[in-house]
Design a protein around this ligand. Structure first.
Ligand code: NOJ
Length: 554
């Protein structure tokens, strides 16, 4: 059963529905808002939309806590709105990918409510229940990603249940075949409504080690990935649903390394089509630090090149890459690794050039195409993310391993909320996102940075993305060519050569805000054709800050 591999020629755009466009003035984006912007997305040229969760949810983790997989949350609209969106998208040749959150549900899901009743009802074993230790404490020392223990006591069952995320997000028990069938049926339901594929939330966490061994360090999450039956479960899902229904699947895989990624994405394994690695997103994190993602440091560009290159070479001919710098869990790349002030246009286009020149499917996160930035003035109260507040309690208040000041400084760089601020459409109140009060504060730079302003600028980031997407559609070599990293140790220049049918292509970016000389090794190439260049000048032996281009060379 081989699939139609449409994603290999595609660029996918992620919409965070809560923050995209609000059409009814309640301060929350909605499905009608997404439908209204289909012409905008068509203009950009993307091939598919991935929607973060829109299902019924108490929104403890912004929809990654699902109460009913077949019901659209009224806050986003109705099921009919969703069906209409799918139809309009399809009429415009845009595919729809939904978010598959099946490692856990909400504690408001009927399955969990029934499971809490204990005994031996049908749902008793839908979740992961364990007895307390003799002293009444949790079964082991596993931590939740959002801070504190991964176990929560339940009075009515007189047992603990496991939650890798918030206590309101109990983990499903994939060992139970009925759980798996319920999930597969949900997937069939959405396929019958026209959905084309899935982004699979922490799919590499679905299998647990039922010996429940302690982690080396208490309250950490090192147990969460690649459990003993992970491949078996994913393969089964592939055979039962993904392959027969021809649905694309891109899995979130926090622990995958380039050398073992093939086990999930090699076509002969019949598991997933692509995975999102986290490896390259950790190049600005102090390794092994107890404060996890809040142990922030400036990005190591040499390491970034090394990691992205290892994924290019390891998966060449043996799998397919999902390419991204931003999503709803990542801050804005130009604020993190680039320069979101005087070189905002240049650094946004430089990172875009590097990403879109690689082999794989590029993912654009809403607002990335106009160079949206982190919100630079957020106080602790302005942040709404449960992860940030849970981690603040754990690291700043309880363990006191980081000061409030350093935590907030790191949050200013890496908090997930920077991606979630309302989409900036124009310079009217709330950036044209809502006429009401937005659920999360609008970025204060919206009068300067917004879609309308970008489109009327002669240095439009949107236009640059449009051109990159067009290149992905027209230039076969972008899909097929081999990859070779140049200047591996250069701390500023990211340059690589791609070869296809005896032709050479050079993708290059100066990822620094200093002008640098083009090293001799690159000067030796003669430029035959320029596909894209982010400075209105000739390519020369000097690179301006964040200058980048894609050229054919010999
Ligand atoms: C990964 C999702 O991308 C993130 O937003 C969410 O908080 C966790 N998984 C839990 O579902």
């Amino acid at each position: 059963m081989s699939k139609n591999e449409w994603w290999k020629d595609a660029v996918i755009y992620q919409v965070y529905p809560k923050s995209f466009l609000d059409t009814n003035g309640d301060g929350i984006g909605d499905i009608k808002g997404i439908e209204q912007k289909i012409p905008y997305l068509k203009e950009l040229g993307i091939d598919a939309l991935w929607l973060s969760p829109v299902y019924l949810s108490p929104q403890i983790d912004n929809g990654y806590d699902i109460a009913d997989y077949r019901q659209i949350d009224p806050m986003f609209g109705t099921n009919q709105d969703m069906f209409d969106l799918i139809e309009t998208a399809h009429e415009n040749k845009i595919r729809i990918i939904m978010d598959f959150v099946a490692n856990h549900t909400s504690d408001q899901c009927l399955w969990f409510k029934e499971s809490c009743k204990g005994g031996d009802n049908f749902f008793s074993d839908f979740y992961i229940w364990q007895d307390a230790k003799a002293d009444g404490s949790a079964p082991n020392n596993w931590g939740s990603s959002f801070g504190g223990s991964a176990w929560e006591w339940n009075d009515s069952r007189q047992q603990y249940y496991l939650h890798y995320y918030a206590k309101e997000q109990p983990d499903l028990n994939w060992e139970n075949p009925h759980v798996r069938q319920y999930i597969y049926d949900m997937m069939r339901f959405w396929k019958s409504k026209g959905v084309d594929g899935w982004r699979m939330d922490v799919v590499t966490s679905i299998s647990k080690d039922w010996n429940f061994p302690d982690n080396t360090r208490p309250l950490t999450t090192s147990n969460q990935q690649n459990g003993p039956r992970m491949h078996e479960f994913i393969h089964e899902m592939n055979q039962e649903v993904l392959a027969p229904l021809d649905m694309m699947a891109v899995g979130e895989s926090p622990a995958a390394k380039s050398y073992d990624a093939w086990e999930l994405v090699s076509p002969k394994r019949e598991e997933l089509d692509m995975i999102f690695t986290f490896e390259h997103m950790h190049v600005d994190r102090k390794k092994g630090d107890v404060n996890g993602r809040w142990a922030h440091q400036p990005a190591d560009i040499v390491q970034l090149k090394e990691i992205l290159s290892s994924w290019q070479t390891e998966l060449f001919g043996n799998g397919w890459n999902a390419l991204y710098f931003e999503n709803h869990d990542r801050a804005r790349v130009i604020s993190r690794w680039g320069n979101d002030q005087e070189y905002r246009y240049e650094s946004a286009t430089a990172f875009a050039t590097i990403l879109h020149g690689l082999q794989g499917t590029p993912f654009i996160f809403q607002g990335e195409e106009i160079g949206m930035t982190n919100a630079s003035d957020f106080t602790l109260d302005d942040y709404k993310d449960i992860e940030l507040h849970g981690n603040y309690q754990q690291y700043v208040e309880k363990a006191q391993t980081i000061s409030a000041q350093d935590f907030l400084k790191a949050a200013g760089k890496v908090s997930r909320d920077h991606a979630r601020t309302p989409m900036q459409w124009d310079d009217t109140i709330n950036a044209g996102f809502t006429t009401g009060t937005p659920w999360l504060k609008t970025n204060s730079r919206y009068p300067e940075i917004n879609v309308a302003a970008d489109l009327s600028s002669d240095r439009s980031i949107f236009t640059y993305y449009q051109k990159l997407i067009q290149l992905r559609h027209e230039e076969k070599w972008l899909k097929e060519a081999s990859y070779q990293l140049l200047l591996p140790k250069d701390p500023a220049i990211f340059a690589y050569l791609r070869k296809f049918e005896n032709q050479n292509y050079l993708v290059l970016a100066n990822l620094s805000d200093q002008a640098v000389d083009l090293p001799k090794e690159i000067q030796d190439y003669q430029v035959l054709k320029t596909f894209i260049h982010n400075y209105p000048k000739e390519i020369s032996t000097k690179l301006a800050p964040y200058e980048s281009y894609i050229v054919k060379v010999q």
